[in-house]
Design a protein around this ligand. Structure first.
Ligand code: NAD
Ligand code: ZN
Length: 248
């Protein structure tokens, strides 16, 4: 595949995008990688695991309160807008977007349907798995006391922490198994099961299907060999104009 020219989307073909922290980097949200295992100066296990929350819920809420406050100050970049444009052009049958990001920048950029497989920064839920209270939109970022559910249990961020199972994997896999083109943007390819989704495309190619996969990001990801093409560059510079929808 010519990695410099536009990538054609044929009439009737469908595309699945998987985005990672790299797509939000140009908006000013630091990636995990930049922080070298630390996430804004915290070890990830402290602030992003069920064990960390059990050990020190106040620290975890302080951390996510800071993430919320920061996210309220950033804006989507041309990469987010490019995916929103493509969604408008292709429609829901032919376009699917799953993100590992917990920020709201895809929505802020105009995307209508976004599957947040790792949860959402601006949602909160009850920490008691059996509580019927549903997750709710929550922009609070100042907690004088630990927030509690009406059932008495602590509330927690609606985030998929390390050791927890991502949301909607079944839907995501089904869409990847049915798409013609799978594109990953700005994801280092180390966090599973997200990093393993591209293997579905390899498997389908082995079955003789003519499907393609492309990676777009600053550097080669850990799972680079599984992609048909790796396009190196900033998401905000590469994505606008990368796709040509034929017959649209
Ligand atoms: P990662 O931080 O491990 O990798 C980011 C990747 O993006 C790197 O490969 C890097 O080369 C690339 N990158 C950096 N700047 C880029 C740019 N301008 N354009 C294109 N690519 C660029 O991120 P990950 O693979 O998404 O996995 C980390 C985990 O951390 C995820 O589970 C995610 O939920 C979480 N996280 C989320 C956010 C967010 O919501 N914005 C931020 C940090 C971490
Ligand atoms: Zn509850």
């Amino acid at each position: 595949m010519d990695t410099h020219g536009p990538i054609d989307i044929e009439p009737g073909h469908s595309v699945v995008f998987l985005t990672g922290a790299g797509i939000s980097a140009e908006s000013g949200i630091r990636t995990f990688r930049d922080a070298r295992g630390l996430w804004e100066e915290h070890r990830v296990e402290e602030v992003a695991s069920p064990e960390g929350f059990a050990a020190d819920p106040a620290l975890v809420w302080r951390f996510y309160a800071q993430r919320r406050a920061q996210a309220l100050t950033v804006a989507p970049n041309p990469a987010h807008h490019a995916l929103a444009d493509l969604e408008r052009t292709l429609g829901p049958e032919r376009f699917f977007l799953a993100t590992q990001n917990v920020d709201h920048l895809h929505e802020a950029g105009g995307s209508k349907d976004v599957v947040h497989m790792h949860g959402e920064l601006f949602r909160t839920r009850c920490s008691d798995e059996d509580c019927p209270t549903l997750p709710f939109h929550d922009e609070r970022h100042d907690f004088p006391t630990l927030p509690r559910c009406s059932c008495g249990a602590l509330q927690r961020p609606h985030i998929v922490w390390f050791g927890e199972i991502p949301f909607e994997m079944h839907t995501i896999k089904r869409r990847v198994q049915a798409c013609d083109l799978f594109v990953t943007v700005g994801s280092s390819g180390v966090v599973y099961p997200a990093a393993g989704l591209v293997r579905e495309m390899l498997y389908r190619q082995e079955q003789g299907e003519r499907v393609r996969s492309v990676y777009v990001g600053l550097e080669r990801p850990e799972n680079a060999n599984a992609f048909d093409a790796v396009i190196l560059g900033k998401a905000g510079e590469v994505l606008p104009g990368l796709f040509r929808v034929l017959g649209a």
